[in-house]
Design a protein. Structure first.
Length: 691
């Protein structure tokens, strides 16, 4: 008997493995879809719960209002973007339609802005009616100009059309803003416009470009001179016509002289317009938030307190002649300062070390850490000695720049080097970087509590004064003094061993730092054994009492206690940037230097430092810009009292506290001009980096 198998005996298809893989892939995709759906549902539930919590905590009404504003802002932005793309889609196939619509948009925007700033006559319903009138007028002008016609017919039509738009603008202007023309300012503005825009046109298009640029520059300069340099409200309708019709006629002349746009130029214009659709919103925000306020601030700096009269350079003279801002009366006192002579000694030590080391290498001066470090420290101390004697807001700002920039960079570099590739690197860097998360106002308040000094009969709550009074108690106690001296002596012995080790292994950095700390330890031992250390005072009867330090009130170095706050914050920034630069140094260079016999300090100063020098430059320039505009820390700690005033806080006080807009604007301009060289260096450095 033969037993047969009912199952198919056909050979397996070669596509079976592929079909199986496809089936498995479909199953996995289905599972991923389910997981995605579950994840999406979970996220949606979390979002709804968060919104519900915020609505309950903040208030449903304010929450709905905020969401509505966000939705409206998003809708308007999307409509503007889509509308701009649709508008420029008409440039190539429908040039006349494009010009008409563009003219309508420009006219609507101009009249809407003028009416929104209450510069036009009352016309109900406001503000849309004036905007519609402006849109219709300029759309009609652009429609007539876009139709094909000969050059001779195009030129007078352009001039007449724009003159009509200028007449409409002058008629619509409210009587309270009719300009009382200052012909000198008007002519100067026109000449500057012709020179600047005409020069740009010549560089771009030769003599033809210079002619067209000069016409456009004349229109712009006339407009600025007629309205910016005039006494608004003191003019007549005729002066308003002169201020609007003349630049409108020049614009018409500039457009009328242009050749008719053909299909090739339309196509090029259409392509180029796409980039401008993305650039214009950003440029608009920059102009509205930066350029226009800057120009207005410069303008106000030449006006009086309420901006009603032109006073020339009086505000700038006030800044540099006022003793509170610029005082050099006591400048020579730094020559008798102990700090100055210590600094001279440091510089001399560095020079001697450099000369002696240079004899070994047959150089006039050996540039190394042993010679350059004392020189840099000495120069830093000299600058502090000088800036502690010259007084005023300007010099306080310079002092801030020197101290904060130098110490923040040095501390950040030191931490980055010491923490590099160590076991607790991430923890150490996190702790140093943590103050960056605190606002300047919050940091100022924190350190103000640390500096606070209560009455000497009460218990001190400020950290620093508590420590100072505690040291005074130890210094006047026999047992406490003995323990402190013994501890310092052990520390000094350890530092002596480190100095010896550094000299033997030729680690000059280790030897130098240890020697500096040894000098500090020796000075503390002397203070404990001799006159004492800490916050105490002894009267004639031999009675000892506590004595606090008024860190923020007692000059001239009270400024430096404020600088500590910003150093505490910005050292983390410098550390992060410099640490990344150190890690980017090729290990081949450092390993090659070590194989040639270089020590760790020599590798750092001779190999690593040159590699990270550009990054140090970026950190320094960034810190200078940050420090120059410091305001919050001074405002919340001393409010500029006790000779701690800085330019930004002085500007705020003059402009908003004393209503001296002209002087406040002049201080802002001084601050801006001081930052320009630093920004220029940064830009040049970035340009060289691209090359």
């Amino acid at each position: 008997m033969t037993v047969t198998d009912d199952r198919s005996t056909e050979p397996a298809s070669p596509d079976a493995p592929i079909a199986k893989q496809v089936a498995i892939g479909d199953a996995e995709a289905t599972m991923r879809g389910r997981r995605f759906s579950a994840d999406a549902a979970f996220r949606a539930a979390v979002l709804v719960a968060l919104l519900a919590f915020l609505g309950f905590y903040v208030g449903a009404g304010s929450m709905v209002t905020t969401l509505l504003k966000v939705a409206v802002a998003f809708a308007i932005s999307a409509a503007l973007f889509i509308g701009a793309n649709k508008l420029f889609d008409q440039a190539y196939p429908r040039w006349t339609v494009f010009n008409t619509m563009l003219g309508g948009v420009i006219g609507f925007t101009v009249f809407l802005l003028l009416d929104g700033n209450r510069l036009l006559r009352e016309l109900s319903p406001r503000p849309w009616l004036w905007a519609v009138v402006g849109a219709a007028a300029l759309a009609a002008v652009m429609f007539l100009l876009s139709a094909p016609r000969q050059q001779l017919a195009r030129l007078p039509l352009a001039v007449a059309g724009f003159c009509g738009f200028g007449v409409l603008t002058a008629f619509a202007t409210d009587e309270t803003v009719h300009p009382g023309l200052d012909w000198a300012a008007l002519l100067i503005g026109t000449a500057i416009g012709v020179f600047v825009v005409g020069g740009i046109g010549m560089m771009r298009g030769g003599s033809a470009g210079a002619e067209k640029g000069a016409i456009g520059g004349a229109a712009l300069g006339w407009l600025i001179g007629a309205w910016g340099g005039a006494d608004l409200g003191a003019g007549s309708v005729g002066e308003a016509l002169i201020a609007t019709v003349v630049p409108a006629a020049l614009i018409g002349l500039r457009i009328g002289l242009g050749a008719e746009v053909g299909p090739t130029r339309r196509r090029a214009f259409d392509k180029k317009a796409r980039s401008w659709i993305f650039l214009v919103p950003a440029l608009t925000f920059i102009a509205a938030g930066l350029v226009i306020p800057l120009l207005r601030t410069i303008y106000l700096s030449f006006r009086n307190d309420d901006g009603s009269e032109n006073v020339g350079l009086v505000n700038y003279e006030d800044i540099f002649t006022n003793k509170n801002s610029f005082n050099l009366d006591n400048w020579s006192a730094f020559l008798t300062s102990r700090l100055f002579w210590i600094a001279i000694g440091m510089v001399g030590l560095g020079i001697i070390v450099g000369v002696v080391s240079g004899r070994r290498t047959r150089q006039a001066f050996e540039k190394g850490e042993a010679s350059l470090a004392p020189i840099f420290i000495g120069l830093f101390l000299i600058s502090c000695a000088v800036l502690s004697t010259v007084r005023g807001t300007i010099f306080n700002n310079i002092w801030w720049v020197v101290v904060v920039t130098t110490l923040s960079t040095a501390i950040g570099l030191g931490v980055a080097v010491l923490a590099d590739r160590s076991k607790g690197e991430n923890i150490a860097k996190s702790l140093i970087f943590l103050p960056m998360a605190i606002s300047f106002v919050g940091a100022g308040i924190i350190w103000r509590f640390m500096y606070i000094a209560r009455p000497e009969s009460d218990e001190q709550t400020g950290v620093l004064n508590s420590l100072w009074v505690w040291l005074g108690q130890i210094s006047t106690s026999g047992a406490g003094k003995a323990v402190a001296v013994a501890a310092l002596a052990l520390m000094a012995l350890g530092l002596v061993l480190l100095v010896r080790r550094g000299l033997r292994t030729k680690q000059n950095t280790l030897a130098g730092i240890s020697l500096g700390l040894l000098l500090v330890a020796g000075y503390l031992i002397y203070r404990f054994i001799g006159p004492g250390l800490g916050g105490f005072t002894t009267n004639e009867e031999g009675v000892t009492s506590s004595r606090t330090i008024l860190f923020l009130q007692e000059g001239p170095f009270n400024n430096m206690w404020l600088m500590v706050v910003l150093i505490w914050i910005q050292s983390g920034f410098a550390m992060v940037i410099l640490s990344a630069a150190i890690k980017a140094v090729p290990t081949e260079l450092t390993e090659a230097a070590k194989m040639d016999g270089a020590s760790e300090s020599q590798v750092f100063w001779r190999v690593t430092m040159p590699q990270i020098a550009p990054t140090i430059g970026v950190v320094v320039t960034t810190l200078i810009v940050t420090v120059m505009k410091v305001f919050d820390i001074v405002k919340v700690t001393t409010s500029g009292d006790f000779d701690t005033q800085v330019v930004a806080n002085e500007m705020f006080t003059r402009a908003f506290g004393q209503s001296k807009d002209g002087l406040g604007a002049a201080l802002a301009v001084v601050l801006f001009v001081a930052i320009i060289p630093v920004m220029y260096l940064n830009i040049r450095r970035m340009q060289r980096a691209r090359i």
